[in-house]
Design a protein around this ligand. Structure first.
Ligand code: ADP
Length: 644
């Protein structure tokens, strides 16, 4: 019997030693009698254990466990769920165990058998899951997971709320595709998800559709592929996506605001430039600015740019004739000195060679803390204003010169008239002297009247009050009358007058008196500005539909730089002192305006001082009268020949 019993006990011990589960057998003192390999590995027992008490091997054993052991030893079957085994310096292990007594050969309780299950891994999975859930549920982002066929199996609360889903069940019934707008689905399914599969993750800004309102939610959609641990095969996808609708709206508003600002700036008729860095490394601006600098919209117009290719580096600025360094410019100064600068007038020289005048001011740009972070400048093109100022100054100077000249010119004939009047009032004995005096006074008076008439004509033309009495005129007749007006002067100066008439008779529609005045003035000038004994030529011919009349002399000539301005009112070329010839600078201006009133032009040519001068008048020809024969070939002839 005893033998049987002990062999039964041996058999039990052998069974326990071989058991594929964690099980151990203890005697009444809770000393080890047997333990399965699984028990030893679960409890990490590496020391010899046979015959040693459990509490000796596990010094950390709790009183509660000991009490349970005692209850088992007294005949109860006891269980402990989630027994935490904390071993020094090692991660805690969690065990569920059941202890039940075994009956010895004497029929009494011989000890306990404890079955144990290591639940650490299970607990850890559960803990991880709980952690994930609390994290996912407390997150404000959309967190979701779906399987490989895009069927969701998890969407967090925030995610459901975001897209208007009422429950996880509803979410699980909704395929991933349905979260997107139809027009975006193709790209997502054929491009985005395959990329996530290939690379393990992917990110895209895309719209989610709100299931209740249909509104679009812009999401930063970050997706990860879920891999099965064993096979590493993709088992689905997970996403943590952020609602970026507000940011996008804000960004959109910012872009809109910037576009509006740029449009306003571009509409401004002045150059606006700004720099967003304190060293003014990069300067950009509005359309007017780029036009002012002959630059393109993307060019960097900063004169302070370190990039030698920057357009701004090729711009040059001058102030009162001195070239400025970039740090002296209003924008750069405003940033450096942290205050408003200008306005100051600068001359700008462009790479193309064009120069213009700018009035520029600068001001610093500050951030919300008041720190200077850049600068802005306004550049107004004042070239026209400067030109007007220069012209006004010039006109004022010429007016003063003219007044002085006029006083002088009026005084010249007045002096002999006064003398004549005085002499006559005293009584002149000799009648020949009386005649001579009266003739002299009449000549001087005629000169005075001519001067005053010319001035009145100028005033009339300037105010548009002159009226042409136009008729069909034979040009040769007009020229003949003009010659008569200056014949005396030509003769008294001893000039030779050479005429080269047109081969054909030319007709113009014009005011005879005014055209006589034009040619008379040009001939009078030729006579006046040619030293005695000179040569005055008068040629007229047809050129296309114009009659071209040339008055040429071999006199003092005109400096080429003065050729354009001698037609301006009151302009006279200064001659050497003592040689100054009478005149008030009105004749050519008058001639030009009268020619223009006839639809023609007048032009002056001269090879330079001492080289003679040539004045060319072009007038539109009148329509030829029917049956008119061309005149015989023109040839040079003396003045008298014309009228004979
Ligand atoms: P004025 O002869 O009264 O000075 P004009 O208007 O007729 O005024 O001429 C303007 C200027 O043009 C003259 O002062 C003179 O300097 C120059 N000029 C005109 N005609 C000639 C010419 N034939 N040769 C040289 N200079 C001339």
């Amino acid at each position: 019997m005893n033998n049987d019993n002990s062999s039964a006990q041996e058999q039990l011990r052998a069974t326990i030693n071989q058991a594929p589960v964690a099980v151990a057998m203890f005697d009444r003192q809770m000393r080890y009698m047997a333990a399965s390999a699984r028990w030893l590995s679960d409890y990490e027992i590496v020391v010899p254990f046979h015959g040693r008490a459990q509490c000796e091997i596990f010094s950390e054993m709790t009183e509660q466990a000991k009490a349970l052991h005692r209850r088992a030893l007294s005949g109860e079957t006891v269980s402990k769920i989630d027994d935490c085994l904390e071993r020094n310096g090692q991660a805690a292990k969690w065990m569920d165990w059941t202890a039940q007594p075994w009956i010895g050969s004497d029929g009494a309780i011989g000890g306990v058998i404890i079955w144990s299950e290591d639940t650490t891994a299970r607990r850890r999975t559960k803990r991880d899951r709980d952690l994930f859930m609390s994290l996912a549920q407390s997150s404000l982002d959309f967190i979701g997971m779906c399987d490989a066929s895009f069927k969701p199996f998890f969407v967090n609360v925030a995610g459901m709320r975001m897209v208007g889903l009422d429950s996880l069940e509803e979410a699980m019934r909704t395929p991933v595709e349905a979260f997107f707008f139809p027009e975006d689905r193709d790209c997502l399914m054929t491009q985005f998800f395959p990329r996530v599969l290939r690379e393990g993750h992917g990110e895209i800004d895309i719209r989610f559709r709100h299931f209740k309102t249909g509104e679009a939610l812009w999401m930063n959609y970050a997706v990860y592929s879920l891999a099965e641990v064993a096979s590493a095969k993709t088992s689905g996808y997970a996403t943590v996506s952020r609602n970026i609708t507000r940011q996008r709206q804000a960004r959109q508003q910012l872009v809109e605001a910037q576009r509006r600002l740029q449009a306003i700036m571009d509409a401004a008729p002045v150059g606006l430039s700004y720099s967003e860095d304190r060293s003014c490394e990069r300067v950009t601006g509005n359309a007017a600015l780029f036009a002012q600098f002959e630059a393109d919209r993307n060019d960097n117009v900063s004169a302070s740019a370190t990039d030698a290719q920057a357009v701004g580096r090729q711009l040059r600025f001058f102030r009162q004739g001195r070239e400025l360094a970039d740090r002296e410019l209003p924008l750069q100064r405003a940033v450096a000195e942290q205050r408003e600068i200008g306005p100051m007038e600068l001359e700008v020289a462009l790479p193309s060679g064009r120069r213009w005048w700018a009035e520029a001011s600068g001001a610093p740009i500050r951030d919300e803390r008041g720190e200077v972070v850049g600068g802005v400048a306004v550049t107004v093109d004042v070239t026209e204003r400067r030109r007007t100022q220069d012209a006004l100054r010039d006109a004022d100077r010429r007016k003063n010169e003219f007044l002085a000249m006029l006083a002088h010119e009026l005084r010249n004939p007045l002096a002999p008239i006064c003398y004549g009047a005085h002499a006559l009032s005293k009584g002149v004995k000799n009648p020949q002297d009386t005649q001579r005096l009266v003739a002299m006074m009449e000549r001087q008076l005629a000169h005075l009247v001519r001067l005053v008439d010319e001035l009145l004509d100028v005033a009339r033309i300037s105010s548009g009050r002159i009226e042409l009495k136009k008729q069909r005129l034979a040009l040769a007749d007009v020229i003949g009358q003009a010659i008569e007006t200056i014949e005396d002067r030509i003769q008294s100066a001893g000039h030779a007058l050479i005429l080269t008439p047109s081969r054909e008779e030319l007709f113009v529609d014009g005011d005879c008196v005014r055209l006589v005045q034009v040619f008379g003035n040009l001939l009078a000038n030729a006579a006046k500005y040619t030293d005695p004994g000179g040569r005055v030529e008068l040629l007229w011919a047809r050129e296309g539909n114009s009659a071209v009349v040339t008055v040429r002399d071999n006199g003092i000539g005109v400096e080429p730089s003065m050729l354009a301005s001698i037609f301006d009112l009151f302009t006279r070329v200064k001659e050497d002192i003592g040689k100054q010839r009478e005149g008030i600078g009105v004749g050519l201006a008058l001639a030009k305006r009268l020619v223009e009133l006839h639809g023609g032009q007048v032009e002056a040519r001269s090879a330079g001082l001492g080289q003679g001068a040539e004045f060319i008048v072009r007038l539109p020809l009148a329509a030829p009268a029917s049956g008119q024969e061309p005149a015989p070939d023109g040839a040079a002839m003396e003045a008298g020949a014309l009228r004979r």
